[in-house]
Design a protein around this ligand. Structure first.
Ligand code: UDX
Length: 453
């Protein structure tokens, strides 16, 4: 059915990847493109599906993804993505063919398919149906370049690394050390490299969109473009361009906002390991006592299942809640973008997922970096060594060390300087999306390209 008043709109089909750090930017990108006059259809797997009722302006279609309970329970993300790409091709073919057939009656023509790089099954279907396609990379340019180094090393038989914690420089990619290379911790290496190869293949797609910006990665983006035969559009930070509703897969605990209202400006350290990373019980005990001993107010996200072998709060040490009292809040999922925008938040202990990094920088919040796997390691290195808006907490977690790093960030002059640099980056990020800024211009060029199809 044609949307009333929008008969001339063209439709975009966006294919998501079923992880929080991928769903958020894809829905934010959809909101931007919707604001540019396109109708939006989101195609998603049943696994980790977003709630369509939060996005009444979009159509949602769900694919039978064929994932078994065993696949999901394995928590092997690489294997899950490989299975999805295998099993979703046919359902997507049927789904897209139906959409193409219906476009006459709907009154909007499909302009192209935009797919998350992890949902690369989409490209062949789009091509079969003579639709152009565009890749959406939710991570960053530096990681893409670092993956190229990693692949070369793998081909030369140098992966797995003799010492995964090696401090040796990676000469092709300063300032990375071998320990910062974006290696996955899921499943066998050969699966990981198969996935990397598939995800980086441009195939017959017409362009690549990155949720990043020139002020962070200008030279890496230029390097990428030199080696890429299709245009690259860096349009981030996407979440700041148009307001997009929450896409959380877990229920957000909004009570923490009134607690934040009661805290002094820039006094709270917000702690979150993102949507996938997990830790062991020893780490969580050290973190708990490090936070408590720092005497700094904290808001800590402990996701259900994120501590090996336990469920949420039971894994906190005995007496921790009594000792910290009103000083701290532990939630299972926070409204993170709002939290980081709150003036009580003065620091972010983060796993350095790319969305978290963009959200932190966009609010001028400096970080303590504790990466787990993949691109997080690259980002942590850039945060501490290049953008210098955070401290990299390496090696084993130990409460004394944690207390000291929190004090350095939240109390010491060193932290103030990082906060100032984070505020400078925030201003630069705002310029990127303002009229005439690099991301603003890239969005317009992207829209022109889509309209030319
Ligand atoms: C994963 C990888 O870890 C990351 O490096 C990659 O770039 C994307 O996929 P994830 O662990 O989900 O990411 O982290 P991140 O990219 O930071 O995305 C998490 C999202 O969840 C953010 O948008 C954040 O705002 C949101 N979030 C997180 C909440 O809304 N509430 C929380 O309590 C925690």
């Amino acid at each position: 059915m044609a949307e009333e008043g929008h008969e001339q709109r063209r439709r975009l089909v966006l294919v998501a990847a079923p992880f929080q750090g991928h769903i958020n930017p894809l829905l934010q990108l959809s909101a931007v493109l919707h604001s540019k006059g396109f109708s939006i259809t989101i195609v998603h797997t049943q696994f980790n599906s977003p709630d369509p009722s939060n996005h009444p302006g979009f159509n949602f279609l769900f694919l039978q993804d064929g994932l078994s309970d065993h696949d999901i329970a394995s928590l092997d993300l690489t294997a899950i993505v490989l299975v999805l790409n295998d099993k979703c091709q046919l359902p997507f073919q049927e789904c897209l063919a139906k959409l193409v057939k219906e476009q006459e009656t709907r009154g909007d023509q499909i302009a192209c398919v935009i797919y998350d790089e992890l949902s690369y099954f989409s490209e062949a279907t789009a091509h079969n149906l003579k639709l152009p396609s565009i890749i959406f990379r939710t991570s960053n340019a530096n990681t893409f370049l670092a993956r190229s180094v990693l692949i070369e090393m793998y081909v030369l038989g140098r992966i797995p690394l003799a010492d995964p914690l090696s401090q040796k420089a990676v000469p092709e990619h300063p300032p990375l050390r071998q320990r910062d290379l974006p290696i996955s911790s899921f499943g066998p290496m050969k699966n990981f490299f198969k996935l990397l190869g598939n995800a980086r293949d441009v195939r017959r797609s017409s362009a690549i969109v990155y949720n990043t910006m020139d002020c962070l990665e200008g030279s890496s983006l230029a390097k990428l473009q030199q080696h890429c035969h299709v245009p690259i559009f860096a349009i981030g930070p996407i979440h700041k361009i148009v307001p997009a509703p929450s896409c959380s897969l877990l229920e957000e605990d909004t009570n923490c906002m009134s607690w934040l209202d009661r805290q002094a400006p820039s006094s709270v350290i917000y702690v979150s390991p993102g949507s996938l990373a997990s830790m062991n019980e020893t780490d969580i005990l050290e973190m708990a006592w490090g936070l408590a001993n720092s005497k700094q107010p904290f808001l800590w996200v402990v996701r259900p299942g994120s501590v090996h072998g336990s469920e949420r709060a039971e894994s906190l040490p005995e007496g921790f809640r009594e000792i910290t009292g009103e000083k701290g809040r532990v939630v299972k999922w926070a409204p993170q973008r709002e939290v980081l925008a709150h003036n009580a938040v003065g620091g972010f202990w983060s796993h350095c997922g790319w969305n978290s990094l963009l959200e932190s920088i966009s609010e001028g919040v400096p970080m303590i970096c504790r990466p787990s796997f993949g691109d997080q390691k690259v980002t942590a290195r850039y945060v501490s060594q290049v953008w210098r808006v955070g401290l990299h907490l390496e090696d084993e977690l130990e409460r004394g060390e944690i207390e000291s790093v929190i004090t350095r960030l939240m109390v010491d002059k060193e932290g103030d300087e990082m906060r100032q640099r984070a505020m400078d980056l925030k201003a630069k990020a705002e310029l990127c999306i303002r009229t005439g800024g690099s991301s603003y211009n890239s969005i317009n060029k992207l829209v022109e390209l889509i309209k030319s199809f």
